[in-house]
Write a new protein. Sequence first.
Length: 68
Amino acid sequence: MLLVSIDGVARVVSIGSSSTLTSFLFSTILSLLLYSISILVALENTVGYTIKSSIKEGSILTLVLLSW
């Protein structure tokens, strides 16, 4: 299995003799998960400076992860 990043979006390229449907589902789920995590990190980096004054650091990210 090979992890390839194109334009900031994580894509998983499966190498081997695994099932096509299983590898497609796994790569789709993993790509969406990594993409949403990168969006959360970008949001925390850009908006975090104004939010940190009222909310403790890391509580927003923890809240979002727990809401999944």
